[in-house]
Design a protein around this ligand. Structure first.
Ligand code: HDD
Length: 712
C-alpha cells in the first residue's frame, strides 16, 4: 500500500482522530518545563536580587511565561466570533454517482470525519448565546480527496445579493463605532438605516425577526448552504445544487422573553446544551439534503436561482436526503480546535463546484483572506484541526509558523531535478478540474434585472407562518424598531414592510409610534411554503429537560415513577429546590437536589413538573420563586405537569384560565393547553405518557392569547 493509499484508508476509516492524537498532550503526572524543555524548579517566585529586591532580566522563565501570556489572544473572527465546535462523522445513504463524483458521497460504509462549528454572527466572543441572530453552521469534511467545507447558516437566504455589500451590512449591524453599543443586537439605528436604504434585505429581515433567529438548541436547527453550488458527475454533467442540514430532533425555538433572560442567567446556554448532550451520549444528528435543478431548467423559476436572497421552496424543488452526520465527541481544547479551525466556502473537492452567484463569488476571496490575519499567516492549514487527511504536496514554502520541514532544493514547477514532482493529477484520476461553464459578457458593474424582485418571497414567507409565528414577528419588530431612536427611520421601516404585508406594517406601526400606511386590497402573492413553518417540523420529546420542583416531605414513589417514565421516553430531569443538598421524603427516602432557584430557573427547562407530598407543597406555596417557575413556564408556553397535591401549586399560580384536575377527581387525567394534571392517583403511567406528549409538542402557542395576564 503506497502512502496515498494509506492516507485514503485513514480517511475512509475516519482516522482524523488518530491524526490529531499526534498533537494532543496530556500534562498529567508530567514535570513543568519551559517551552524549550528545561525543567523549572519554581514557578511561583520571580528571580530577584535578594528576596525583597528587584526582579532580574535574566529570569528567562518569567519572561517566557509572561510573553506567552501577553500574546494569548488572537483577533476574533470579524463575524461569527462566538462559536461552539464538535467532532463527528458523516455517512452517505447511497452512491450519489449519478449526480456527483465527490468520493465521500459514494460509499455508505465510509465514515468521513467531520468537525462542526456553530456560531452567532454579530456578537463578540464573549457575547450571549441566545441573542436574536443568524446562526452559523460550518462543517469541515475530512474526505479522502481533501477537505470540503460546507459553510452554512441556519437561515436559507442572505441579507444581500452581491458580496461587495458584505462590509456595509456587517458595519451597520455591529455595535455603533462611536460608543460600541449595542452588543450582539440589530435593535439600533444604523442597522435599520441600512435596511430601509437597501430593499434587498426585506426578505432576510423577515427570517431574522422570526423564531428561526432564537433557536432552542444548535441540535434543533436546520442548516443551509445558502449559495447555489454545482454538482458535477464523472461524465462532466453539472447540476445546480443547494445544501441542507435537517436535524432529526426537528426545528425548535425559544421565545423572546426567555432568550433575553437566558442571556443573563446562562450566556453559555447553547454551548452548554451541545457539550452536555454529547457528554451524555445524546449525539446530535443531522441529515444532509440536496435540492437539485437541471442546467436546462435554470430559467424556469420566477426567481433567479443565483440570487442568494431567494430560497428554492421545497414544495417546488424537493430536498433529497442523502446521508447523515452524527456529532459524537467534544473538543479537548477550545482554542486549539474551535477557535483555530478555519473554514472557507472555496474549500471544495472534485464533484462540487461553484456557480456565478455573486455572493458566492465574493465569499471565495474573503475566507482565505480573513484567515491570514486571524491565524497569523499563510500556514494555517498546518494547524492540526485544519490539516487534511489527504496528503499535501506543493511548492509553497516558509511563512509565519511553518511546521512542515520540506526536504530538498526544489520548490518550483516545472522542474527537471525532481522529474517535475509534485506532479499534477489529471481529471481522470480525480485531479480538480473546474466546470467548463461558458462565460460571455461585457465587464459591467451591474446586476441582472432578474435580481430586482425583493418582496415576493418575503410575502411568501409571511404567508407561510402560523398565527403564533406571525405574532412573534410583529413582537420582534416592536422590540427591534423600539430600539431605533430616529423616528423617521421607524416610519421608513413601516413603509418598507407595507410592501410585504399591510397588516404587518399596521401592526408594526401601532407598536412603535408611527403612522400605518393606508390598507390596500391585500397581498398579490397568495402562495405559501409550509416547509418553512416550524409548526410543521418533527415533534420529539427526546433529549428534553424537565425541572422538578420539590421540598422536604415530597412523595418519593410518585416522583421516582415519573422520573423513570420520562427517562424511558428519552426525557431528562433535574431536581430543583430552594437549597442544594439532600432533601427527604415523607417516608424518609432522600434525593439529591441538582439546582437551587439562584442557579437555575424555568427558562433552563423545556417543561416543569410538580409532584405530590403535602409537606413539600405547603413549603412550595410559600416560595415566590416556585410560583414564578410555574407562571413563567406557562407564559413561555411550555409543558407543565402536576400530580396529586402538586396540583395545588398550579391552583395558587396565575394560570387559572387553564382547566386542571379538581380536588374531588379520582385519577382523572386532565390535559388543557399543554398542562397535564391528575389527582388521587398512585400509578403515574398514564400521567407520564400524557406529559411526554405535551413535552414533545415543544410549545403550546394557543396559550399566548391569555398570556398577557400572567405576571412573569
Ligand atoms: Fe461568511 C465566517 C456563513 C456570507 C465572509 N461565514 C462565516 C462562518 C459561517 C459563515 C458559518 C463562520 C465559520 C466558522 O465557524 O469559523 N457567510 C456564511 C453564509 C453566507 C456568508 C452561509 C451566505 C451565503 N461571508 C459571507 C459573505 C462574506 C463572508 C458574503 C464576504 C464576502 N464569513 C466571512 C468571513 C468569515 C466568515 C469574513 C469570518 C471568519 C471567517 O470567515 O473565518 O470571511
Amino acid at each position: 500500500m503506497d502512502s496515498i493509499q494509506k492516507q485514503n484508508k485513514a480517511a475512509k476509516d475516519g482516522k482524523k482522530d488518530e491524526q490529531l492524537d499526534n498533537f494532543r498532550v496530556d500534562h498529567k503526572d508530567q514535570k513543568l518545563t519551559t517551552n524549550h524543555g528545561v525543567r523549572v524548579s519554581n514557578t511561583d517566585d520571580s528571580l530577584k536580587a535578594g528576596n525583597r529586591g528587584p526582579t532580574l532580566m535574566e529570569d528567562f522563565h518569567f519572561r517566557e511565561k509572561m510573553t506567552h501570556f501577553d500574546h494569548e489572544r488572537i483577533p476574533e473572527r470579524v463575524v461569527h466570533a462566538r462559536g461552539s465546535g464538535a467532532h463527528g462523522y458523516f455517512q452517505v445513504y447511497e452512491p450519489m454517482n449519478e449526480f456527483t463524483k465527490a468520493k465521500f458521497l459514494q460509499d455508505p460504509s465510509v465514515k468521513t470525519p467531520v468537525f462542526v462549528r456553530f456560531s452567532t454572527v454579530v456578537g463578540s466572543r464573549g457575547s450571549a448565546d441566545t441573542v436574536r441572530d443568524v446562526r452559523g453552521f460550518a462543517t469541515k469534511f475530512y474526505t479522502e480527496d481533501g477537505n470540503y467545507d460546507l459553510v452554512a447558516n441556519n437561515i436559507p437566504i442572505f441579507f444581500i445579493q452581491d458580496a461587495i455589500k458584505f462590509p456595509d451590512v456587517v458595519h451597520s449591524i455591529k455595535p455603533e463605532p462611536n460608543n460600541e453599543i449595542p452588543q450582539a443586537s440589530a435593535a439600533h439605528d444604523t442597522f435599520w438605516d441600512f435596511v430601509v436604504s437597501t430593499p434587498e434585505l426585506a426578505h432576510m429581515v423577515m427570517w431574522l425577526l422570526s423564531d428561526r433567529a432564537i433557536p432552542r438548541s444548535f441540535r434543533m436547527m436546520e442548516g443551509f448552504g445558502v449559495n447555489t453550488f454545482r454538482f458535477v458527475n464523472e461524465q462532466g454533467k453539472g447540476r445546480f445544487v443547494k445544501f441542507h442540514w435537517k436535524p432529526l430532533l426537528g426545528v425548535h425555538s425559544l421565545v423572546w422573553d426567555e432568550a433575553q433572560k437566558l442571556g443573563g442567567k446562562d450566556p453559555d446556554f447553547h454551548r452548554r446544551d451541545l457539550w452536555r448532550a454529547i457528554e451524555m451520549g445524546e449525539y446530535p444528528e443531522f441529515e444532509l439534503g440536496v435540492q437539485m435543478i437541471e442546467e436546462e431548467d435554470e430559467f424556469e423559476f420566477d426567481f433567479d436561482i443565483l440570487d442568494a436572497t431567494k430560497f428554492w421552496p421545497e414544495e417546488i424543488v424537493p430536498v433529497k436526503r442523502i446521508g447523515k452526520m452524527t456529532l459524537n465527541r467534544n473538543v479537548d481544547n477550545f482554542f486549539a480546535e474551535t477557535e483555530q479551525v478555519a473554514f472557507h466556502a472555496g474549500h471544495v473537492v472534485p464533484g462540487i463546484d461553484f456557480t456565478n452567484d455573486p455572493l458566492l463569488q465574493g465569499r471565495l476571496f474573503s475566507y482565505l483572506d480573513t484567515q491570514l490575519i486571524r491565524l497569523g499567516g499563510p500556514n494555517f492549514h498546518e494547524i492540526p484541526i485544519n490539516r487534511s487527511l489527504a496528503q499535501v504536496h506543493n511548492n509553497q514554502r516558509d511563512g509565519y509558523h511553518r511546521m512542515t520541514i520540506d526536504k530538498g532544493p526544489v520548490s518550483y514547477s516545472p522542474n527537471f531535478l525532481q522529474s517535475n514532482a509534485p506532479h499534477p493529477t489529471p481529471d481522470e484520476e480525480n485531479g480538480y478540474v473546474h466546470y467548463t461553464e461558458k462565460v460571455d459578457g461585457r465587464k459591467i458593474r451591474e446586476r441582472n434585472k432578474s435580481f430586482n424582485d425583493h418582496y415576493s418571497q418575503a410575502k411568501l414567507f409571511w404567508n407561510s407562518m402560523s398565527d403564533a409565528e406571525k405574532q412573534h414577528i410583529v413582537d420582534a419588530f416592536h422590540f427591534e424598531i423600539g430600539g431605533v431612536k430616529n423616528k423617521q427611520i421607524r416610519q421608513l421601516v413601516v413603509n418598507m414592510f407595507s410592501n410585504v404585508n399591510e397588516n404587518l406594517a399596521a401592526q408594526i406601526a401601532e407598536g412603535v409610534g408611527v403612522t400605518a400606511p393606508p390598507l390596500s386590497s391585500g397581498s398579490d402573492v397568495t402562495d405559501s411554503s409550509p416547509a418553512v413553518s416550524q409548526e410543521n417540523t418533527v415533534k420529539s420529546p427526546q433529549t428534553r429537560w424537565v425541572g422538578i420542583l420539590v421540598e422536604n416531605g415530597f412523595n418519593y414513589s410518585e416522583i421516582i415513577q415519573v422520573i423513570e417514565e420520562l427517562k424511558k421516553a428519552g426525557v431528562n430531569s433535574e431536581i430543583v429546590s430552594k437549597y442544594q443538598g439532600t432533601i427527604t421524603c415523607s417516608n424518609g427516602n432522600a434525593i439529591e437536589v441538582d439546582k437551587n432557584y439562584l442557579t437555575t430557573g424555568s427558562i433552563m427547562y423545556d417543561a416543569v413538573y410538580v409532584g405530590g407530598g403535602q409537606q413539600s407543597i405547603e413549603t412550595l406555596l410559600t416560595h415566590g420563586d416556585a410560583l414564578n417557575f410555574i407562571n413563567e413556564a406557562y407564559k413561555h408556553c411550555k409543558a407543565i405537569g402536576a400530580t396529586n397535591e402538586g396540583v395545588d401549586l398550579l391552583v395558587a399560580s396565575q394560570i387559572q384560565s387553564t382547566k386542571i384536575a379538581g380536588p374531588d377527581t379520582e385519577g382523572e387525567l386532565v390535559t388543557h393547553l399543554g398542562v397535564v394534571t391528575i389527582r388521587n392517583e398512585n400509578d403515574m403511567t398514564n400521567f407520564s405518557q400524557e406529559f411526554v406528549n405535551s413535552i414533545a409538542e415543544h410549545r403550546h402557542w394557543t396559550r399566548e392569547v391569555e398570556n398577557e395576564m400572567v405576571p412573569a
